[in-house]
Design a protein around this ligand. Structure first.
Ligand code: HEM
Length: 531
């Protein structure tokens, strides 16, 4: 096993050799202003039983601070756990063919990382074995700025229209009146937005209840672009494969664990790192040129479609490991701000509309959740110097860029780096994306069928049982019927079993044909659930 890195919160996150654990330094108790104070439990009152004194500033500080301990939790992905480690390049020759990314430029080059895993719908204290996608956000502190890969443990997502995200999330959280998770609302949305079906099937297979955070893969989901210094680019998706292998709970086990140890995943991650069993993932890339994307069977800007490794082969580019637990969860994990808008030269968004909307949403929520200067918090600050014209604001704690001019001055010049390339957005493939993304057509049932056919008989049965258990509890018959009919349209055996289980008759649904390049007969594959 490689020597781990030390993530030092106090010295600007320098990479250091790990040293033996030192005893916690003994410190003297003080008030907030650093003045030694004799006893934390002491307070001032008149006589033995009289009222308290306003002059007791230690007491005032204690409550003033406590009263403000909670900050807004993340609006989604509130429940999570994280750790630090490093990424190491293993195939710079391949990567350099396609991207100028500094962090991929030399074999053996290591970049310090922080990862936060999460569930999506639950509040920050909810059970982390809930049936839910898992977030898998990686912060790379590269020599040339921060890159965040804000991934999930699934190659696709429920939506491909960004405007659906807030209402969709509402249906997966609590009902406005009852404040309960509401199965009618949950399935009403999914049944009337059929492009979500593949993600729904993954969620209701045992992939929806992973055994902790170490035993799952991660996907960027969206198509991004790798760009070279000459401005040429390709489409790329990244995929991280767990070295621990995929392991899931059955619904019965997940329910039991959620009751007996709702912190199971958090504890599993923490304990394994503490024991020196560092979890690792191998990072792969899938690449398509713009020309190949034109004739590819799926719209590459459609987040509900996977590329599939049979269709677009994957090539290893590196490995990453988690080697260090946080010293302080709030400082290093809760305050971490991941966003797809943290990009570096060589890594660029595609025109996927959901991705484009995410470029706004994350930093915006973080300005609210953590404050306008959240990039100065040590876990978020880049390791290279920041020089720009952003100034002031609440909690500006790092010197505010000193006396440097706060505009493009002719008196004291700021060095402007050479513009590395001209990103010619006109070259981007559009392929009818805007029109074909929103309308549900036959092509939207291709991946649900591929997924169903890839499952073992046992995994197919578990999927049916998991859906029946949940959908069966939706009170409204039309909601259950619409959803069962959608499953039926994807696969008759699946849909009929669900319809029987939830007590409805299926109705035949029809959808327009997919785009002309779409041909379902090509699409049989035999992978297993560990994909
Ligand atoms: C967290 C918005 C889709 C992965 C968040 C947060 C917001 C958000 C506001 C909270 C961020 C914070 O408080 O720091 C959106 C919007 C989406 C979208 C508007 C679509 C329009 C996605 C997709 C993925 C994803 C497609 C994965 C491919 C994550 C992850 C986190 C997160 C992993 C947790 C990050 C952390 O651990 O701090 N999202 N999201 N989201 N999102 Fe999304």
């Amino acid at each position: 096993e490689e020597a781990p890195f030390t993530f030092d919160m106090n010295t600007g996150l320098q990479i250091q050799e790990q040293t033996a654990d030192e005893d916690a330094t003994v410190v003297e108790y003080t008030s907030d202003n650093g003045s030694p104070y004799p006893h934390p439990y002491q307070y001032q009152r008149i006589g033995d039983n009289g009222p308290l004194l306003l002059q007791d500033t230690h007491l005032l500080e204690l409550f003033g601070s406590f009263d403000r301990e909670r900050i807004p939790e993340r609006v989604v992905h509130a429940r999570g756990a994280g750790a630090h480690g490093y990424f190491e390049v293993t195939n710079a020759d391949f990567a350099k063919n396609y991207t100028m990314m500094d962090m991929l430029s030399e074999n053996g080059l290591r970049t310090p990382i922080t990862i936060r895993f999460s569930t999506v719908g639950g509040e920050s204290g909810s059970a982390d074995e809930a049936r839910d996608p898992r977030g898998f956000a990686v912060k790379f502190r590269t020599r040339k700025g921060i890159l965040d890969l804000v991934m999930n443990n699934t190659p696709v997502f429920f939506i491909r229209d960004p405007t659906k995200f807030p209402p969709f999330i509402h249906t997966q959280k609590r009902h406005p009146a009852s404040h309960l998770r509401d199965k009618d609302m949950f399935w009403d949305y999914l049944g009337s937005n059929p492009e979500s079906l593949y993600q729904v099937m993954r969620l209701f297979s045992d992939l929806g209840t992973p055994y902790g955070f170490r035993h799952m893969h991660a996907w960027t989901g969206h198509t991004y672009r790798w760009v070279k210094r000459d401005g040429s680019w390709v489409y790329v998706k990244l995929y991280a494969e767990s070295m621990q292998g995929v392991k899931n709970f059955t619904n019965t086990d997940a329910t039991a664990i959620a009751g007996s140890n709702p912190d199971f995943a958090t504890q599993d991650l923490y304990d394994s790192i503490q024991n020196g069993t560092y979890p690792g993932w191998t990072m792969f890339a899938q690449v398509l040129t713009a020309e190949e994307a034109e004739t590819f069977k799926y719209n590459v800007l459609d987040l509900t479609k996977d590329w599939g490794f049979d269709d677009v082969p994957k090539t290893e580019i590196g490995k990453f490991y988690l080697t260090q637990n946080p010293d302080n969860y709030f400082a290093e994990i809760e305050q971490a701000a991941f966003t797809p808008s943290h990009t570096v030269d060589g890594w660029a968004p595609s025109a996927d509309p959901v991705l484009q909307a995410r470029l706004f949403s994350y930093s915006d929520t973080q300005r609210y959740r953590l404050g306008v200067n959240h990039m100065q918090i040590p876990v978020n600050a880049p390791i290279d110097a920041v020089a720009n014209f952003q100034r002031d604001g609440a909690m500006n704690v790092n010197g505010n860029q000193g006396s440097r001019p706060n505009y493009l001055s002719t008196l004291q010049k700021i060095q402007l780096p050479p513009r590395p390339y001209v990103d010619d957005m006109h070259q981007q493939w559009t392929g009818g994306a805007v029109a074909s993304l929103s309308a549900v057509t036959e092509i939207d049932f291709d991946w649900p069928r591929r997924f169903w056919n890839s499952l073992s008989a046992q995994d197919q049965q578990n999927l049916i049982d998991n859906v029946v258990g949940h959908l069966g509890a939706a009170p409204t018959e039309s909601v259950r019927q619409r959803m069962a009919s959608l499953f039926y349209h994807a696969n008759a055996i699946l849909g009929q079993a669900i319809a029987n289980g939830v007590g409805v008759e299926v109705t035949a649904l029809t959808f327009p044909d997919g785009p002309t390049w779409f041909n379902t007969t090509k699409d049989t594959q035999n992978s297993t659930l560990d994909y």
